[in-house]
Design a protein around this ligand. Structure first.
Ligand SMILES: *Cc1c(COP(=O)(O)O)cnc(C)c1O
Length: 394
């Protein structure tokens, strides 16, 4: 029992990973750049043995800069065993899957998964003899009926990319545990602050740190946090893949992490206000925001999540490609660009493709990342862009 057991997530964000021997008294853990590590003698060189965890050995095994961020992310997931960092979110997904799957295995992948994850299943995994079966994001306990003899892993993403369905993670985890299947989740949208995935029984929790951890749209990074019994394999696989996140990037990641809690609360409130405002507009059909009752799986959100973040989507009624483009182009305060989780608002066209069947949304979908601007300014901007949309739609 330490004095810090039971502290809140905000406090943890400030204190996590800042070991005195790594920071040397500097508040934000400094940048330790290294390839070669020098030893005093051959005996000293041999002394690490096989175990290089938190020991300077060779640059690829990390320095205190990487260890401080990895440890901080572990501390944010109650019950977690350890975290490995990667050069992008997609690299983190690849390493997590390869730490679990072997040729001949089957992966169950949610049909609302991030497109590059689907591409990895079709490409890399298929090439190595791993098959993928897509499942409906609202399958819940019904996942048990999809688990076969070759099923080795289930990769969830909740809410789903572009369409924001919230999955019944506890039901899926229970079914997987009963059959000895490993569970993974892409937890980028909620972060461990709004959904502590390891505490919910998930084995491997993946973040595109590029988004909310970094928070300033200037670094690519990913992480995988492992639950009990899963870290050694993850670390070994990541070493075998030659994975290492750059110390300078990790330093920026640590810096971003300290403010993630206050940023998320602002993203949450502003995005909710804008989602509700859009919901009341005639030009707008379904608003796909997990905290709104109309979002598929909303009851799972209410039961399992501690908050909502700044990313959601909505349907522009009867919009085609041209009128949707007219709306997005007319926005002044929203950037047009991929990614999200930074301090700036973004708008992108969203065109989900689903293996289990396409759906007619009654219009075209726009995805918003709501940044840290004043909400009233963003609403005024959207209001004038909706006028441009009405003109374009005719
Ligand atoms: C952006 C994103 C990723 C990939 O992260 P990168 O750092 O861009 O590789 C993975 N999952 C989700 C849900 C994302 O939004």
């Amino acid at each position: 029992m330490s004095k810090r057991d039971g502290i809140g997530a905000g406090t943890r964000l400030v204190t996590a990973g800042r070991r005195a021997e790594w920071t040397q008294g500097i508040v934000n853990p400094p940048v330790w750049r290294a390839s070669t590590i020098l030893y005093d003698s051959i005996a000293d060189m041999r002394a690490t043995g096989g175990d290089t965890h938190h020991r300077l050995y060779y640059g690829r095994r990390g320095t205190p800069t990487q260890w401080a961020l990895a440890d901080a992310l572990t501390e944010l997931e109650p019950g977690a065993e350890g975290t490995f960092l990667y050069c992008s979110g997609v690299a983190a997904i690849a390493a997590a899957l390869l730490s679990v799957l072997s040729p001949g295995d089957e992966l169950l992948l949610v049909d609302s998964a991030y497109e590059p994850t689907r591409a990895m299943a079709r490409g890399l995994l298929a090439r190595f003899g791993i098959t993928t079966r897509f499942y409906d994001p609202l399958v819940g306990a019904g996942i048990a009926g999809l688990i076969g003899d070759r099923t080795r892993a289930i990769l969830m993403e909740s809410p789903g990319s572009l369409t924001f369905e919230v999955q019944d993670v506890p039901a899926i985890v229970a079914a997987a545990k009963a059959r000895g299947v490993t569970t993974l989740i892409d937890n980028t949208w909620a972060t461990p602050l709004f959904f502590p995935a390891i505490a919910a029984g998930v084995d491997l929790s993946i973040l595109a740190c590029t988004k909310y951890v970094v928070g300033h749209s200037d670094v690519m990074m990913g992480s995988v946090t492992a639950g009990p019994g899963h870290f050694a394999k993850l670390r070994q696989t990541s070493f075998e893949l030659g994975q290492v996140a750059a110390p300078d990037d990790c330093w920026l990641g640590s810096r971003g992490l300290r403010t993630m809690g206050v940023r998320l609360r602002h993203h949450e409130q502003s995005a909710l206000e804008i989602a509700r405002w859009l919901d009341a507009r005639d030009e707008v059909g379904a608003v796909l925001h997990p905290a709104l009752p109309s979002c598929p799986g909303h009851e799972n959100f209410v039961r399992d999540f501690k908050g909502s973040s700044g990313l959601f989507a909505f349907v522009l009624n009867n919009a085609d490609e041209a009128s949707r483009a007219a709306f997005i182009d007319a926005l002044d305060l929203f950037g047009i660009g991929y990614s999200w989780g930074g301090f700036e608002s973004l708008a992108t066209p969203a065109d989900p493709h689903r293996a289990l069947g396409e759906r007619d949304w009654g219009g075209a979908i726009v995805r918003f990342q709501i940044g840290l601007e004043d909400t009233a300014d963003l609403i005024a901007d959207i209001d004038q862009a909706l006028a441009a949309f009405r003109d374009a739609r005719g």
